[in-house]
Design a protein around this ligand. Sequence first.
Ligand code: MN3
Length: 209
Amino acid sequence: MYKIEELGFELPELPFAYNALEPYMDEETMKIHHSKHHKAYADKLKGVAEKNGFSSQKPLDLIKNINSLPKEAQKGVRNFGGGHINHSFFWTVLKKGISHDNLEVIRAIEKKFESYEKFVEQFTNASNTFFGSGWTWLVVNANKELEIINTANQDSPYSNNQKPILCLDLWEHAYYILYKWNRAEYVKNWWNIVNWEKVNEYYLEAMRE
Ligand code: MN3
């Protein structure tokens, strides 16, 4: 599987088949989400990078250092770079049938949120009460603590010195074909396709750094 820090401006291959998350996420949504929406972010970021002379840099570094980029490049990097990086990250934390038992990240979640169930409740609540397009994240913050946050549009936690370990796409394009208006049902079903083994990997990496 690709590493976020090594990504360039090309669309990364989805680490699973388009129908691999059925019935919780349908094949048509995954196809459009990855090959149209994500690809558009990557292509537009490439345009911004070419125009501003950033083509030799890594997209993740652009997102991390967004505030030190020239003002005229920041909006494009925030929207398209965020879109590219956030989606690339999202695909890696999706997989069907992964147990959350016996993982260090779950011990840390239990310590921070009391129990796995309480964590799920808080994350779900953060998603359901978020207005508009954006994301819900579990991050390791600058104090090395777990924290649930939302970001609007394609804003990325990487820009705020937070290390994401799990995320959920709340844009309508992520669920509308299958769930229509019912975002809460999408959020509820999404827990069946969290790749906890990858989340655990990200957690251990973030705590080591
Ligand atoms: Mn999306």
